[in-house]
Ligand binder design. Structure first.
Ligand code: NAI
Length: 440
């Protein structure tokens, strides 16, 4: 029972601060962009189009509340007792642990099994604290009250690109400063290049290879001194600055020392492949441990741990955790990138198919991007699938299923896909591995 309580806490944390609120804002801002820039192509004309930011933020809050209420309902339904407050280890007791919950109604609980799922916090730039007014983490970026004229973003990772896209679409002039010389280094290079082209075209200004220096806040906003890729000194003046340079595991107030729970040098709880910590009966999952900081990875780990506690054989295949970046076009992938296969010396075949040649994408008016398959040169087993384009977040699921069953690219190529649908591009990219595309 106790472990369920802890899992529950982690889920609530995610929904309030993480993924759902961003998706709600991405949807609203995308509607606005479509209405302003693309409805005309469909013969729909609008006059006096306006964005009510307060309403957009209000809708986002309502979506978050619905999700949170849904979780509270699920707790009740599944007989999970929920304690609202900050939990910390007090001491080890006979066969278990004492845990204090500080909150409106302080409690002390004892548990034989404990799952820590305390998530992560935004990492600030050294010496530049978040005030959530002008220097914003993703929390503050979700609550900006009016469209800033000029918005700066440090870090062109997942949060920087998603939040930068939201505020650009509703009218902000957005500049993203990225430290690395390559764009989205973890993404397949060909896909990242295609995504960058699309984002550039939309007017998101992304500067790569910069070195950020002093950040000063004043009455008028923020000024960021930086050196560009050519080594020239520059200053970026903006009304607000989002700092999205990664997140750090959160063990604030958890009091791991009280029980001797081991953390690594990054502050992450040390776990083995099964999410076991150094303490018997204590498990840890999600952003607070190694691996990608993704909600669905955390959920899989949580379920696997619950199964292990119940004496079953929980398992997570970390190679099959899909990634999605909810920009427009969306970027999604699973498995190995082409550069990883090259580095590992694996012999592979690649096949791509552009959405430009897909009938459904043309009807949608959204033909940017492609699907890319990477398959083992000898066995044809699918090793990675990479998508940049419309509904990539949904299309990637087919690749996950195929790879979980260790399918070959020919297996996908031989499956009947509905016409016209975006999913035909997945089939065509699989056919392209063997140079047999039908419609390109
Ligand atoms: P990130 O790790 O995705 O990107 C951080 C970026 O900042 C990197 O490109 C890095 O090179 C750059 N950077 C670091 N220090 C810098 C500096 N001093 N100056 C300039 N650039 C610098 O981290 P992000 O975007 O903050 O997201 C945190 C985590 O949250 C990620 O692990 C991500 O997976 C997760 N997340 C996932 C979402 C999704 O699945 N769609 C949505 C939101 C967050």
């Amino acid at each position: 029972m106790e472990n369920r309580r802890w899992q529950a806490r982690a889920r609530r944390h995610l929904h309030q601060r993480g993924l759902h609120p961003v998706k709600a804002l991405l949807q609203s801002s995308e509607h606005y962009e479509h209405a302003g820039k693309h409805f005309g192509e469909h013969g729909i004309s609008l006059s006096n189009l306006k964005m009510d930011v307060a309403k957009m933020i209000g809708r986002k809050d309502a979506v978050v509340k619905q999700n949170n209420d849904g979780i509270l309902y699920l707790f009740k339904k599944n007989k999970v007792t929920f304690f609202h407050g900050r939990g910390s280890f007090v001491k080890a007791v006979d066969g278990g642990y004492e845990i204090a919950v500080a909150g409106d109604k302080p409690e002390t609980l004892t548990a034989k099994q404990v799952i820590v799922a305390t998530g992560s916090d935004a990492r600030p730039l050294p010496g530049v604290a978040f005030d959530e007014e002008t220097i914003l983490s993703n929390d503050g970026a979700l609550r900006i009250g009016a469209v800033p004229k000029k918005l700066g973003v440090i870090g062109s990772g997942v949060i920087g690109l998603e939040m930068g896209s939201v505020w650009r679409r509703v009218g902000a002039d957005v500049t993203v400063l990225e430290g690395l010389p390559t764009f989205l280094g973890a993404v397949d290079e060909q896909i990242a290049k295609e995504a960058k082209k699309a984002l550039d075209k939309q007017g998101l200004k992304i500067e790569l290879g910069v070195k950020v220096g002093e950040v000063k806040t004043g009455k008028k906003g923020v000024s960021v001194a930086y050196t560009n890729a050519k080594g020239e000194a520059q200053t970026l003046e903006v009304d607000k600055l989002i700092v999205s340079v990664g997140r750090v595991p959160n063990t604030n107030g958890l009091n791991p020392e009280a029980v001797g729970l081991k953390l690594d040098e990054r502050g992450a709880i040390v776990v083995d492949d099964d999410c076991k910590t150094n303490l018997p009966g204590v498990w840890a999952v999600g952003d607070v441990v190694r691996g990608p900081m993704l909600a669905h990875k955390a959920e899989e780990e949580g379920v696997a741990v619950a199964e292990r506690i119940a004496g079953q054989h929980g398992h997570v295949d970390f190679n099959l955790v899909p990634w999605v970046i909810y920009t427009s076009p969306e970027i999604a992938w699973v498995g190995k990138t082409e550069q990883q296969l090259k580095a590992e010396g694996v012999k592979y075949k690649a096949g791509t198919f552009p959405f430009m040649a897909n009938g459904r994408a043309r009807a949608l008016g959204d033909t940017t991007g492609m699907v890319k398959f990477l398959a083992d040169a000898a066995t044809d087993e699918i090793l990675g699938v990479h998508i940049v384009g419309p509904m990539a977040s949904e299309l990637i699921a087919e690749a996950c299923v195929a790879m979980a069953f260790r399918a070959s690219s020919e297996d996908i190529a031989r499956i009947c896909h509905a016409h016209p649908s975006l999913s035909e591009s997945v089939k065509e990219a699989a056919l392209a591995v063997d140079k047999r595309t039908l419609n390109f």
